[in-house]
Design a binder for this molecule. Structure first.
Ligand SMILES: [Zn+2]
Length: 254
């Protein structure tokens, strides 16, 4: 039984972790609390090395890690000044292990779920197709939730990438969000999307649901416990409609 859930803020992102905690507390039996950024609270001298070792080197290469001094220094700077980090994918399972080792010793039991909300992009290796896949969350203890993963992991509509390419060829940069949103059919979330907090609620609940019941993602497409591979599916599951499939509505509707 999960008796306590601790969420950790992600101050460099637009995610309002306190609001997510309130939403969660209204739906589950366990006590819910919020702490500041995990990487500020529990970083030690070796954490930069751990992040360097967890770097994905190529989308199609299983092996990770570049612990050359310059890279470790970069990772140290990214820990100290998170607003400057970006552009790197990390092996979500390695990061999960590293953060798990840094949890307070008396809080590691499965009755106390920790959910660091992170400003890093996380991936897991797909044995079936031999490539890395970005993730919105990595379930387990601690459970990781990636804010940039929400924007990047589920694929945007095909046309989004076409418009982006077209604009890059003409103007040499990325088109403004308004242009993409008006030109592209289908719904999707973009960086710093104002709907970020709302969308992440379901992904945090998935972390609790997994530890509490042992069940993974829900197969019902409109359910907040679903794990859609495409952005319109994320919008449908997290931002519209009935919020839960009938089975999970019984469990989580307050
Ligand atoms: Zn469901």
């Amino acid at each position: 039984m999960v008796e306590r859930v601790t969420l950790y803020r992600a101050p460099t992102t637009v995610a309002d972790v306190d609001a997510i905690a309130d939403w969660l507390a209204a739906r589950i039996e366990a006590g819910v609390e919020v702490r500041d950024r995990f990487l500020d609270l529990y970083a030690d001298d070796e954490l930069a090395d751990a992040f360097a070792a967890a770097r994905v080197l190529s989308p199609y290469e299983r092996e990770t890690g570049n612990t050359m001094l310059g890279i470790v220094r970069y990772e140290q700077r990214a820990l100290d000044h998170p607003e400057r980090a970006g552009g790197v994918i990390y092996d979500g399972l390695q990061v999960q292990r590293s953060l798990g080792e840094r949890l307070p010793a008396d809080e590691r039991g499965l009755d106390h779920l920790h959910v660091p909300v992170l400003d890093r992009v996380l991936g897991t290796w797909g044995d079936h197709d031999g490539r890395w896949h970005k993730r919105v969350n990595v379930l387990g203890q601690p459970a990781l939730v990636s804010v940039p993963g929400l924007y990047e992991a589920p694929a945007k509509p095909e046309q989004y990438y076409k418009e982006q390419q077209k604009h890059a060829m003409v103007a040499g940069d990325s088109p403004p969000r308004e242009v993409l949103e008006s030109e592209v059919e289908g719904e999707f979330l973009v960086e710093d999307d104002p709907r970020t907090t709302e969308a992440l609620k379901g992904y945090v609940l998935q972390a609790y649901h997994y530890l509490e019941t042992g069940e993974g993602f829900c197969e019902e497409s409109g359910c907040r416990l679903a794990n859609p591979h495409r952005q319109p599916g994320v919008v449908a599951a997290q931002l519209q409609g009935t919020a839960f499939c009938p089975a999970h509505a019984e469990r989580y509707r307050p």
